[in-house]
Write a new protein. Structure first.
Ligand SMILES: NC(=O)c1ccc[n+]([C@@H]2O[C@H](COP(=O)([O-])OP(=O)(O)OC[C@H]3O[C@@H](n4cnc5c(N)ncnc54)[C@H](O)[C@@H]3O)[C@@H](O)[C@H]2O)c1
Length: 316
């Protein structure tokens, strides 16, 4: 099968990620068979897509006509059997190995041999999930970053048995839905994006816990300093620009001083125990009680879209 042969996409899950991924494929003209176990969850998924599209329309990225055309490509179902004709399946259900394995075991019985299975797991082993399917050569990680309908990167992760052909096909599919795919050649926890992101989060939490600076100031250093560069330059390009001899010297004394924590820091555990889960509960490191989550997300998306526009212009 070639990417040009792919017509029908199966999306499993209608939560934050499943909705975003269903939206991307539908907006790229693919027919999407969209499964969620509950109808109520599916309704929330559709509402999320409508909100996403409203932000895209307000920011001049999408027209009302294109949004409606995309919605017509979405075919919801709560019956897994309806996924049988899908050429490629993208799974975004709860992050639990056994639940994902159970799902793929059922899909393996339902779908054709040629069907490509992909999981959007944030860090579970692709190879372990794939043990339940009869053709693990056609099973890979295809990992998006939230908000998936805006952030272009997609990691294609090669499991122990994933074939090169499957990886090449998925790289091609990702380009056809206007994403920027990268190949992760080995199935390691966290792949690339979450390894880098969580190395930074571990250090940020460590700085809060040690009382070195306030959460506000730590976030300011990223937003108004190093993060500003990261939108345009990767860490290795930054090292090249700074001088590798300089970076070599800094590594030699600084690595030892960085957090080597193996567990989530107490400051994070305490917030979670207190029910302070961030935007969704109204407070976390900051207080969000005066604003609705929906508005905070729309503001975030508006800023991301503006930044993307500048980024693309700078790369032209
Ligand atoms: N949220 C993120 O930033 C993010 C980013 C990349 C990848 N992911 C990964 O994507 C996946 C989904 O994350 P999310 O943030 O969309 O979660 P979510 O909680 O928003 O949605 C979870 C979905 O899973 C379904 N579900 C839950 N239990 C199920 C079961 N037993 N059987 C079938 N369906 C079930 C729910 O109905 C819902 O549609 C996870 O593997 C997560 O690690 C999340």
């Amino acid at each position: 099968m070639r990417a040009s042969d792919i017509k029908q996409i199966g999306i499993v899950g209608a939560g934050t990620m499943g909705s975003g991924i269903a939206e991307i494929f539908a907006e790229s003209g693919y027919d999407v068979i969209w499964y969620n176990r509950s109808d109520a969850g599916m309704q929330r998924g559709f509402a999320r897509i409508r909100e996403n599209q409203a932000t895209l329309i307000r920011n001049g990225i999408l027209t009302q006509t294109a949004a409606e055309a995309a919605q017509a490509h979405l075919h919801p179902t709560n019956d897994l059997i309806d996924l049988a004709p899908a050429d490629v399946i993208s799974e975004s259900i709860v992050e639990a190995l056994e639940t994902k394995q159970k799902l793929f075991q059922s899909l393996d019985e339902i779908c054709a041999q040629e069907t490509i299975f992909t999981t959007n797991t944030s860090g579970l082993s692709i190879s372990k999930i794939a043990t339940v399917v009869s053709h693990p050569t056609r099973f890979a990680g295809m990992h998006y970053v939230n908000p998936a309908h805006i952030v272009p990167i997609v990691e294609i992760i090669k499991g122990e048995k994933t074939s090169d052909t499957t990886c090449e096909l998925l790289m091609d599919v990702a380009k056809r839905i206007r994403r920027h795919p990268v190949l992760v050649k080995k199935d390691i926890p966290g792949f690339i994006a979450n390894r880098i992101q969580f190395a930074v989060i571990r250090e940020a939490l460590h700085l809060v816990e040690e009382g070195i600076a306030s959460p506000d100031d730590i976030d300011a250093v990223v937003k108004h300093g190093i993060g500003l560069r990261w939108a345009l330059l990767g860490p290795l390009e930054i090292a090249d620009l700074g001088g590798l001899d300089v970076f070599n010297t800094i590594c030699s004394y600084l690595f030892e001083a960085l957090s080597h924590a193996k567990d989530a820091p107490k400051v994070l555990q305490d917030l979670v125990k207190a029910g302070k889960l961030g935007v969704k509960s109204g407070s976390g490191f900051y207080d969000y009680s005066a604003r609705k989550a929906q508005q905070i997300i729309a503001d975030r998306d508006k800023k991301l879209l503006r930044m993307l526009r500048i980024k693309f212009q700078s790369e032209e």
